[in-house]
Design a protein around this ligand. Structure first.
Ligand code: HEC
Ligand code: HEC
Ligand code: HEC
Ligand code: HEC
Ligand code: HEC
Ligand code: HEC
Ligand code: HEC
Ligand code: HEC
Ligand code: HEC
Ligand code: HEC
Ligand code: HEC
Length: 393
């Protein structure tokens, strides 16, 4: 559809081919006429070499010129122009025309090259520089208060994606437009945005296909698909512009940081309470041997994801869950050799304050009563002894 709409415009309008005797170049081809000089070689080298001057300019050379403001890109590039027309960049013109980009700001005028030409301003390896010129400029973001501040954008450059693309030249890594979509750049709180919460997994999944399919089937993915907006998508666990490799200690999903990332929700009665889940999963994990070891910086012990899975998390009752009774021995066994009988069958998230935790709870109860009675008996003993002494005197 896009191709057809594009072609109709192009065929109708690109009949003229730039020639040396072009009426416009009579004046604009040489500096001596006083008209702004145009180098035809630049145009002939561009993707628009086939076009005539007035395919873009719409100037009547006999009459007064209307000027560059009326350059007509949209008459041929209908989809780009329509998407641009609903973009925040279009709306921003009402606030400040100089601070929002038009076609020419991002693409140039006579110099436009094919997008896949490495020299193009919007080639995959270059386009980030176009966006950050404004989005990392505090004087621009100061005028548009809805925009995130420059450090939030700059985080991309240090992320696993930004480094891969900009430093290592890995062309498979995403530029701004791979996540935000081209031209319309809808803010992420609009349902049309590729970064609206329920669309994020598909957007990341264009490149991380297998992970996205595991996630989509998981308890979190299926809950979100059913409209449970409290359930996490990729960016809740990985971050947005600041995504790091999982082996990087600053990553939200580095082994030692996983409990904190899960705790954003699983330690909050308000978030998981309404799904019948307990908000003490983190506290009980922290009390456990594994949790204490992680606190001490030990990263080979089990974290939440070692037992529950990473992208394939399911309730324990689901056979696909790593802690389902048919799988749990294998799960513990991946780190513990020679498991003793029933090693894996005990509860993991035990809490001394929860009767369903069994042993630990009753041991704690016993000690509380035992110590209380001991103290009472001791006080009683002292009182009686005191009375006896008073009588003697
Ligand atoms: C007779 C000489 C002459 C011819 C022919 C001519 N121009 Fe111009 N053009 C000028 C002069 C002089 C200026 C600068 C003064 C002005 O802006 O009016 C100019 C300015 C322009 C500008 C810049 C306006 C701006 O806002 O800065 C554009 C664009 C332009 N011409 C396009 C064209 C196109 C396209 C043609 C052919 C259809 C053409 N001109 C034919 C003399 C000419
Ligand atoms: C693909 C569309 C396109 C074609 C084809 C095109 N122009 Fe332009 N032209 C532009 C744009 C866009 C600008 C404004 C560039 C800018 O603002 O940096 C421009 C700017 C100009 C200017 C003003 C330059 C200045 O220094 O102020 C002149 C004059 C001009 N064009 C003349 C021509 C002539 C003559 C031709 C044919 C030989 C031509 N253009 C072909 C898109 C085009
Ligand atoms: C000339 C400066 C400029 C350039 C270049 C630019 N932007 Fe913007 N952008 C802005 C301004 C200003 C706004 C705020 C407009 C508004 O919402 O009123 C904005 C808005 C946005 C928004 C919506 C933000 C929101 O919360 O409403 C996104 C997303 C965005 N730009 C992404 C990009 C991307 C991606 C690029 C590069 C392909 C880019 N921009 C290039 C200036 C620029
Ligand atoms: C904020 C910067 C920005 C603005 C404004 C912008 N573009 Fe683009 N455009 C890009 C980038 C970046 C690409 C590269 C493709 C991609 O990464 O999605 C592109 C790609 C294109 C393409 C190649 C085909 C396609 O759609 O991907 C055309 C044609 C195009 N733009 C035309 C236009 C026209 C016409 C306008 C004005 C209505 C415009 N662009 C405004 C940044 C911009
Ligand atoms: C008269 C129709 C026409 C006008 C007006 C026009 N273009 Fe084009 N544009 C084309 C055609 C045709 C192509 C494809 C040429 C090719 O692929 O060899 C093209 C290619 C492009 C490309 C490269 C697309 C790609 O996939 O690599 C960009 C970017 C672009 N134009 C932007 C613009 C901008 C920005 C303007 C306004 C300044 C503009 N065009 C005005 C017809 C036009
Ligand atoms: C890996 C995907 C990804 C890349 C690459 C990316 N972003 Fe974002 N961006 C996001 C997500 C997700 C959000 C939503 C944040 C939120 O929900 O608060 C966002 C938010 C934004 C916003 C705030 C408006 C909005 O839509 O919420 C702007 C502006 C923005 N990004 C610009 C950029 C620029 C400029 C670049 C390139 C330097 C870039 N982004 C690269 C994923 C990405
Ligand atoms: C509930 C939290 C969570 C969600 C949701 C999540 N991830 Fe992950 N992700 C993790 C954890 C934890 C790791 C680290 C695994 C490890 O240490 O082996 C990880 C690792 C990764 C890795 C690197 C390891 C590898 O196998 O290549 C990528 C890439 C990744 N996730 C992408 C995604 C994408 C894309 C999505 C959305 C479709 C997503 N993640 C959703 C928690 C999550
Ligand atoms: C255009 C393709 C593309 C998109 C879209 C994309 N990624 Fe990536 N991602 C990559 C590539 C390529 C790498 C590998 C970079 C490297 O290490 O060289 C990567 C690396 C990662 C890593 C680090 C893997 C590791 O080793 O631990 C994580 C995590 C990740 N991406 C998550 C996401 C998330 C979340 C999203 C969506 C918000 C997303 N990606 C969107 C291509 C993409
Ligand atoms: C953004 C909030 C959020 C984050 C972050 C999060 N979860 Fe969840 N999780 C939920 C919600 C909400 C549910 C309930 C979904 C439902 O049942 O509809 C859930 C369900 C679960 C379940 C299934 C419980 C059951 O028995 O039904 C497990 C297991 C789980 N999460 C583990 C994790 C682990 C491990 C992490 C970290 C790697 C994590 N979650 C990160 C919100 C979150
Ligand atoms: C050593 C393995 C192991 C580790 C580590 C672990 N869990 Fe569990 N988890 C289990 C088992 C087994 C169950 C089943 C109930 C039980 O034994 O308490 C469970 C149950 C759950 C449930 C579902 C029951 C409910 O009511 O919420 C959630 C959610 C959960 N764990 C989250 C986490 C989070 C978050 C972490 C990290 C802070 C974590 N788990 C660490 C093994 C583990
Ligand atoms: C990612 C690896 C890993 C997984 C999976 C794992 N553990 Fe552990 N666990 C460790 C490490 C490392 C220690 C440290 C002591 C050691 O070397 O035995 C430990 C210690 C323990 C301890 C205390 C010390 C001991 O050996 O008695 C218990 C109890 C324990 N794990 C139970 C479990 C249970 C039950 C499961 C399965 C639900 C499990 N673990 C899954 C790595 C893991």
């Amino acid at each position: 559809m896009a191709g057809i709409r594009f072609l109709v415009g192009a065929v109708l309008l690109s009949a003229t081919v730039l020639a040396a005797d072009d009426p416009c170049l009579k004046c604009h081809g040489q500096v001596s006429t006083g008209a702004p000089a145009v180098d035809p070689a630049v145009l002939l080298n561009s993707v628009h070499a086939e076009l005539g001057c007035n395919d873009c300019h719409n100037v009547n050379p006999e009459l007064r010129h209307v000027g560059t403001h009326d350059v007509l890109c949209g008459r041929c590039h209908i989809d780009a122009a329509e998407a641009y027309g609903v973009s925040p960049h279009m709306h921003g013109r009402e606030v400040s025309v100089e601070d929002v980009p038009g076609c020419v700001t991002c693409h140039g005028g006579h110099t436009i090259l094919a997008v896949d030409d490495p020299e193009s301003a919007v080639n995959h390896r270059n386009s980030v520089s176009v966006c950050i010129k404004c989005h990392e400029d505090a004087s621009v973001t100061a005028k548009f208060t809805q925009l995130p501040k420059p450090p939030m954008i700059k985080a991309y450059e240090n992320s696993v994606h930004g480094r891969a693309l900009m430093t290592e030249g890995n062309m498979r890594a995403p530029a701004c437009t791979d996540c935000h979509g081209g031209h319309s750049f809808m803010p992420s709180d609009q349902p049309e945005s590729p970064l609206y919460k329920t669309h994020i997994a598909a957007t990341c999944g264009r490149c991380h296909e297998e992970i996205a399919s595991h996630y989509t089937a998981s308890v979190h993915g299926s809950a979100l698909a059913k409209g449970t907006l409290e359930s996490p998508t990729c960016t809740n666990c990985h971050g947005e512009h600041d995504i790091r490799a999982h082996l990087d200690p600053t990553s939200k999903v580095f082994a030692g940081n996983v409990p904190r990332t899960c705790s954003d929700c699983h330690a909050s009665e308000k978030v998981v309470g309404k799904f019948g889940l307990k908000a003490d999963r983190i506290a009980t994990f922290n009390e456990s041997f594994h949790g204490t070891a992680i606190e001490l910086g030990e990263t080979t012990v089990a974290n939440c994801a070692s037992c529950h899975g990473v992208h394939d998390i399911y309730p324990q009752s689901d056979e696909r869950s790593l802690i389902h009774t048919v799988n749990i021995e294998k799960t513990c066994g991946s780190c513990h050799d020679d498991l003793p009988q029933d090693f894996a069958q005990g509860q993991v998230h035990t809490s001394a304050t929860d009767p369903t935790s069994g042993g630990e709870f009753y041991v704690r109860k016993f000690y509380i009563w035992f110590i209380s009675i001991l103290i009472l008996a001791f006080v009683l003993y002292r009182v009686l002894e005191y009375k006896r002494r008073v009588k003697r005197v």
